[in-house]
Design a protein around this ligand. Structure first.
Ligand SMILES: Nc1nc2c(ncn2[C@@H]2O[C@H](COP(=O)(O)OP(=O)(O)OP(=O)(O)O)[C@@H](O)[C@H]2O)c(=O)[nH]1
Ligand SMILES: [Mg+2]
Length: 352
């Protein structure tokens, strides 16, 4: 499981000051105190938003402050209350905070349901105006209260991610190289099989705030479903992805046939779980810069056409073809998310 993390600073609004004022009107000598109370400061809330999927945007915008309360005014006018601030976070975000006294990290909340809203910084109460302090012996009090400060906290956010796209292929196909090109993930890369021993996840950011999560899993070989090579133990990480990208080395270096490679991996996936091949899939020819025999590329392209699967050619080394691939992966990811939301909405309707 990959954990996406961010630290944010939240500051609730301070309360407004209470006002000191006396009624001054024609024909009303010595009017009483009429200083209004300060408004309360806005509080800060976190809200679980189904349209958010990662915490990456907090890396650039970690500061949040809610509006302060207005000061009280004469004629018993109350200061306006500060507007509350709602920060959208992905469903599944865990909120942690360090206790300033003990230094211990405590769990503040876990936002597990769509729309769940939690208070993370309470706005300060507004101060009382002098109108509150009149007594039978003191008809002209000069006392007011300042507003109370709003809460000021640092929060750690953690999100456990599920991958949207799974990269599958033979060892050495270039899976780790591709994920390090398209995300901040940095798995080990080397020119020998089984370099990657555990799955890695990376967040891909496209324009317009579109993000998705890609999983690089250890290479598969023939017989993986029966435990050969590193076996299928990692396939559960791609079992729940929305899309599979088959990475096939088309340079001659692999010493194998690209079409055989693709067929072998598809067969292994099917033997592991037949539902795997029902997912949207794309075929990706890798190491395009190192191709010495174009027939290897066209043979794979033909196979993809026969399978009615989209085909892409990329070089993770030069970056060629990579933006087109990412845009193409986004389409089924977005469709899959929409289908999930529709399902969740239908389930909510059914239980209502
Ligand atoms: N020329 C060229 N070499 C590449 C490209 N992508 C990967 N390679 C090389 O291919 C070798 C294997 O790359 P990896 O990314 O480690 O392959 P992998 O699929 O993650 O391999 P495993 O982790 O063993 O399953 C490395 O030597 C890479 O430098 C590419 O686009 N062009
Ligand atoms: Mg690897």
């Amino acid at each position: 499981m990959f954990v996406d993390e961010a630290e944010i600073h939240v500051k609730a609004g301070d309360g407004g000051r209470g006002c000191m004022s006396f009624r001054r009107e024609k024909f009303v000598p010595r009017g009483g105190p009429d200083g209004g109370d300060g408004g309360s400061g806005g509080s800060v809330y976190l809200v679980a938003d189904p349209h958010r999927n990662t915490l990456v945007h907090f890396q650039f915008n970690p500061e949040f402050a809610a509006q302060r309360g207005g000061h009280g005014q004469g004629s018993n006018r109350h200061g306006r209350n500060g507007k509350p601030l709602e920060i959208p976070v992905p469903v599944g975000t865990e909120v942690l905070s360090r206790d300033p006294d003990t230094g211990e990290t405590i769990r503040v909340a876990d936002l597990t349901e769509v729309g769940q809203r939690i208070l993370v910084a309470k706005g300060g109460r507004g101060g009382l105006g002098n109108a509150h302090f009149a007594t039978s012996t003191n008809r002209a009090p000069r006392k007011t209260q300042p507003g109370e400060p709003g809460d000021d906290r640092r929060l750690q956010l953690k999100l456990k991610l599920l991958a949207d796209v799974g990269l599958v292929g033979f060892p050495n196909a270039g899976k780790s190289t591709l994920i390090s090109r398209i995300s901040a993930a940095r798995p080990k890369i080397a020119n020998y099989p089984f370099t990657t021993l555990t799955p890695h996840l990376g967040v891909v950011s496209l324009s317009d705030d579109r993000t998705f999560v890609v999983a690089d899993v250890p290479g598969l070989i023939e017989g993986a479903h029966a435990g050969h090579g590193l076996g299928h133990q990692f396939l559960r990480h791609v079992e729940r992805t929305k899309v599979l990208a088959h990475l096939v080395d088309v340079s001659s270096e692999s010493g194998r046939d690209p079409v055989d490679d693709l067929d072998t991996i598809r067969r292994e996936l099917e033997l592991y779980n037949p539902a795997m091949l029902e997912k949207p899939q794309v075929i990706v020819a890798t190491k395009l810069d190192a191709v010495d025999d174009p027939a290897r590329v066209s043979a794979l392209q033909k196979r993809a056409k026969r399978l009615k699967l989209p085909f892409f050619k990329v070089s993770a080394a030069s970056g060629e073809g990579v933006p087109q691939l990412l845009e193409a992966l986004w389409v089924p990811v977005a469709e899959g998310r929409k289908a999930e939301r529709d399902l969740a909405a239908a389930a909510a309707d059914a239980s209502a």
